[in-house]
Design a binder for this molecule. Structure first.
Ligand code: GLU
Length: 560
C-alpha cells in the first residue's frame, strides 16, 4: 500500500526515484508524483500508473523523492496526489499513512487564513509545519507531537535539504556508494548500509551527509539482500506464477523449519491467540482447527482489526500474529498493545526485515519467496504448512514427511487442475454461495475472499448446516452452489446437497473435480485451496480484470 522513495547522490535522482517507485508498484497505488530539486523543488504528478509520469525531466537533479499514493483522504485526482507543497512554498512533502486529527488542525489553519488546494490529510501536515515557528529541527519535533495517526514522511526544505521521520509506518534509509536512498519498503533498496527508522527519529539528509537530529541514534547495518528484479517468465501474471510457485515455497519453508528450534518457542506456553487480517486471518482459522484438537492447549482466533488487549497477559499465553508483509498496520497496533502488557509474540511472516519482525519475540519466516500479486496465494499455503508443522510438534510427534514426494505430488496436482468449464459457468454470476463444514468452512472463507477481491463477485461462505436456517430462500433454478469436502467421509454433505437440488439449484463439488485422495487428510487444505485460487484467477481474466492489481486494494495494508 502506497510507497515512498527518495534519493540524494551523484546519479540522476529523478531516474533513481522513478526506478525505486516502480519497485514499490506491486503494493498497489492509484496515482504518483515526484519532487526534484533544481533551483527549488519542482513537482511532477500523474493519475494511474507510473508510465503516466514524465519519464525524464530537462535537468539532472541530485535530490528527488516520490510517492505512490493509495488514497485514504480525498479522491483520486491530481490535486490530491503527492508531493504536497506548503502555502508559502517553504516545504514539499510525501506521506504514507493517515492523520486522524487532520480535520481539527485544518479548521484551525483555515481560521488563520491558510487555504487548501486538496482534500488530503497530507496537505494539512505540510501547512501545519509551515505555520510552526523556530528552528527547523524544533518545528519538526513539534510537528511530530501535534500529529495523531500514522505517517512516514520525506520533507524537502526550500534549501534542498531533506528531513525524514515516521510514526507507526515504516521508513528506511540506506547509505550506498553512489548516494543515500530512502524507502518505505526495504525490499526496494539495493546493497549498502541500512537503518530502519524508529518512531520519533529525526534525520536530515544534505548533499554530503546524513545527520541524526533530536536524540536520534542511527545504527547503520550492512544490508546484504540484492534487489531482485522480478520477471514473469512464462506466466501472464504474477498471481498465476505465484500459485505455481507454491510447492517450491513450501519446500523452502520446510527446509527452514528443520533448521529452527521451533519446539523451544512453545516450551513455556499453552494458551494461544492467533491473530491476522484477510488471508492471514484465514490461515489462522486453519491453524485453530489443528491446534484446538490437541489436549492441554487453549486456542482462539481473532481478527487484528477487532482485537484489543484488555487485561494482564498471562505468562503461559503466546500471541501468534500472521502477516504476510509484516507491515499490516492492524497487526502492528495489536503487537504494540501486547508489548505494553509485556506479552509475548510469535510472528509468522514472509518478510524477514519487516517492522513486525523487529517487534516480535519469536519469528517463523515462511520462505514462499516474494509475493507481488495483491491476492495472496503461495504465502497462504506456506502459512498453513507452518501451522500443520507446529501442530505436529505440539502433539509431541516428529514432523514426518517425505518432502520430495510431497512436492512432486503437489506439482503434479496443480498441473492437472482444470477449471475451464467452471470458469465459463461462474463468470456470468454476480453472487455465489460456498458451503462446507469444519476445516472446509475455514478454507471457503479464503476461497470466497479470492473470488471477491479478484473477480468482484459477491460471495457467501456458509457452514453447510446453516443453509436451511435462512439462506435456502435464495436458492432457485439459477443458483450455483460450490461445495467443498476434504474429509474422507464422502457422504458428509449429501443431505444439504439434496436440499439444494430439490429447489432447482446446482451444486458443484470442488473435491470431485480434483483428486484429494493422493494426499493425507492433514495436508489437504493446502491442496484444496488451489483450484479456488486458479478459478478466481481465470474468472478475472475472462472478465477483463487485472488479477495482480484488483481495484481499490493494496498488497500490504499499512493503514488501520
Ligand atoms: N492519507 C494520504 C492520502 O490520502 C496518504 C495515503 C497514502 O498512504 O498513500 O493522500
Amino acid at each position: 500500500m502506497c510507497g515512498i522513495y527518495g534519493y540524494v547522490g551523484k546519479n540522476d535522482a529523478y531516474q533513481e526515484v522513478l526506478k525505486g517507485l516502480s519497485r514499490l508498484q506491486y503494493r498497489g497505488y492509484d496515482s504518483s508524483g515526484i519532487a526534484y530539486f533544481n533551483d527549488g523543488f519542482k513537482i511532477k504528478k500523474a493519475i494511474g500508473t507510473l508510465d503516466n509520469l514524465p519519464q525524464s525531466v530537462n535537468c539532472t537533479p541530485n535530490i528527488a523523492f516520490g510517492h505512490t499514493r493509495w488514497a485514504t483522504n480525498g479522491e483520486v485526482n491530481i490535486d490530491n496526489t503527492h508531493p504536497h507543497i506548503s502555502y508559502n512554498k517553504e516545504f514539499v512533502l510525501v506521506h504514507n499513512g493517515i492523520i486522524k486529527n487532520a480535520d481539527i488542525i485544518k479548521e484551525d489553519l483555515i481560521k488563520k487564513g491558510i487555504s487548501f488546494y486538496s482534500h488530503t490529510d497530507t496537505e494539512v501536515i505540510v501547512n501545519l509545519l509551515a505555520c510552526l515557528s523556530g528552528k527547523i529541527e524544533n518545528r519538526l519535533e513539534k510537528l511530530y507531537k501535534l500529529l495523531d495517526g500514522s505517517f512516514s514522511l520525506i520533507i524537502g526544505y526550500k534549501s534542498g535539504d531533506i528531513y525524514i521521520m515516521k510514526k507507526f509506518s515504516p521508513l528506511n534509509i540506506l547509505k550506498a556508494d553512489d548516494g543515500i536512498y530512502i524507502s518505505s519498503d526495504v525490499s526496494s533498496l539495493k546493497d549498502g548500509f541500512l537503518y530502519s527508522l524508529n518512531d520519533n527519529d529525526l534525520i536530515m539528509i544534505t548533499k554530503n551527509d546524513v545527520i541524526a537530529l533530536a536524540n536520534t541514534k542511527i545504527d547503520f547495518k550492512m544490508h546484504v539482500n540484492k534487489i531482485k528484479e522480478f520477471s514473469l517468465g512464462r506466466f501472464k501474471n504474477y498471481m498465476l506464477k505465484e500459485i505455481f510457485e507454491t510447492p517450491k515455497g513450501i519446500e523452502k519453508t520446510y527446509n527452514y523449519l528443520q533448521k529452527q528450534n521451533v519446539r523451544k518457542i512453545f516450551k513455556h506456553f499453552n494458551e494461544f491467540t492467533l491473530i491476522g487480517c484477510g488471508t492471514a486471518y484465514h490461515s489462522c482459522l486453519i491453524g485453530e482447527e489443528y491446534l484446538i484438537k490437541i489436549p492441554k492447549y487453549k486456542v482462539k482466533c481473532c481478527l487484528a482489526s477487532n482485537y484489543r488487549v484488555l487485561k494482564k497477559i498471562k505468562r503461559n499465553h503466546l500471541h501468534i500474529i500472521v502477516s504476510q508483509s509484516g507491515e499490516t498496520a492492524d497487526c502492528i497496533k495489536v503487537a504494540e498493545q501486547i508489548k505494553n502488557f509485556n506479552g509475548k509474540i510469535l510472528l509468522i511472516t514472509n518478510e524477514e526485515t519487516s517492522t513486525m519482525a523487529q517487534i516480535a519475540d519469536y519469528k517463523i519466516i515462511t520462505r514462499a519467496g516474494k509475493e507481488l500479486a495483491v491476492a495472496s496465494t503461495k504465502t497462504y499455503c506456506a502459512q498453513v504448512f507452518v501451522f500443520i508443522y507446529i501442530s505436529q510438534l505440539l502433539l509431541n510427534k516428529k514432523f514426518t514427511i517425505n518432502i520430495k514426494k510431497f512436492i512432486n505430488d503437489l506439482e503434479e496436482y496443480i498441473n492437472k487442475i482444470n477449471v475451464k468449464s467452471l470458469v465459463n459457468k461462474l463468470k456470468e454470476k454476480d453472487k455465489l454461495i460456498l458451503i462446507g463444514k469444519d476445516i472446509d468452512y475455514a478454507l471457503l472463507l479464503e476461497a470466497s475472499l479470492k473470488i471477491r477481491e479478484i473477480d468482484y463477485i459477491y460471495t457467501i461462505p456458509m457452514y453447510s448446516g446453516e443453509l436451511k436456517h435462512g439462506t435456502l430462500s435464495l436458492i432457485d433454478k439459477d443458483s450455483v452452489i460450490i461445495s467443498l469436502n476434504t474429509s474422507s467421509d464422502k457422504s458428509k454433505l449429501d443431505v444439504v446437497k439434496n436440499e439444494i437440488k430439490s429447489r432447482g439449484g446446482e451444486v458443484i463439488a470442488i473435491d470431485e473435480m480434483v483428486d484429494l485422495s493422493i494426499i493425507s487428510e492433514r495436508f489437504r487444505p493446502i491442496f484444496a485451496i488451489i483450484p479456488f485460487q486458479l478459478m478466481s484467477y481465470y474468472i478475472a481474466l475472462k472478465k477483463g480484470f487485472n488479477p495482480d492489481m484488483p481495484r481499490n486494494l493494496a498488497k500490504s495494508v499499512t493503514v488501520e
